[in-house]
Design a protein around this ligand. Structure first.
Ligand SMILES: Cc1cc2nc3c(=O)[nH]c(=O)nc-3n(C[C@H](O)[C@H](O)[C@H](O)COP(=O)(O)O)c2cc1C
Length: 201
């Protein structure tokens, strides 16, 4: 499938074939496409996806996610979290092998960008995970699967269910599997003139 077809054919699907099984290897391989290829600021890879495999965890999450059937019925469910401290804890692993001039520039630049800036740290997770989620959903489409991004859930309750560490934040969830219902008609799309200006707002 070419990229444009994947972009155009990806839709938010609400009903999945609950009997369809994706192997753990297949799920990891799909995640790996996004993990290895999605862009992130300074390559800091702020994402920390949590794959929910235990049916009891799915049921518990569904109860605090507006009873959305995707949560239990999608073959694959990812709670897409991010690490607020990735800029500090992973920077050496990620950029330690860069050339010295690059390191001399990038380490202080990263420190200045994130240190003591909780809003920036959080924003960065959301930016990275937004791109990660779309990359994952397009990869799923290219492999013949449907998907649904979700933020219709109680973030605090899901945090408790998944034992979210304090230095992680949840961005959204993504369900992936074989869709058994059509997406809603693509209505109400704002036009380029309504949304997009040139040079200044
Ligand atoms: C961050 C985000 C959260 C969303 N949350 C939900 C959700 O909780 N449940 C749901 O059914 N769809 C959810 N959606 C899907 C949107 O409703 C859908 O993307 C939008 O209506 C456009 O339709 P399309 O994706 O089929 O083009 C979400 C989408 C995004 C990007």
């Amino acid at each position: 499938m070419n990229t444009l077809d994947a972009i155009i054919q990806r839709r938010a699907i609400k009903n999945f074939d609950s009997k369809y099984v994706m192997t753990l290897e297949e799920k990891k391989s799909l995640l790996n496409i996004a993990l290895q290829n999605a862009p992130s600021a300074f390559n800091l890879q702020h994402w920390r996806p949590l794959l929910i495999e235990d049916p009891a965890q799915r049921v518990a999450i569904r109860k605090v996610a507006w009873d959305q059937p995707q949560v239990t019925d999608a073959s694959m469910l990812v709670v897409l979290c991010g690490d607020l401290s990735s800029w500090e804890s992973k920077v050496k692993n990620i950029l330690g092998e860069a050339d010295e001039p690059v390191r001399n520039f990038i380490f202080p630049a990263i420190d200045k960008y994130y240190r003591n800036k909780p809003q920036v740290q959080r924003d960065e997770i959301m930016r990275s995970n937004g791109i990660f989620a779309q990359t994952l959903m397009l990869a799923a489409k290219a492999k013949g699967y449907d998907s649904c991004p979700m933020d219709g859930f109680d973030f605090d309750a899901v945090s408790r269910i998944i034992n979210k560490p304090d230095h992680y934040e949840i961005s959204l969830m993504v369900g992936i599997g074989k869709g058994i219902s059509q997406a809603y008609p693509r209505i109400g799309k704002l036009s380029i003139d309504e949304t997009t200006k040139i040079d200044r707002f």
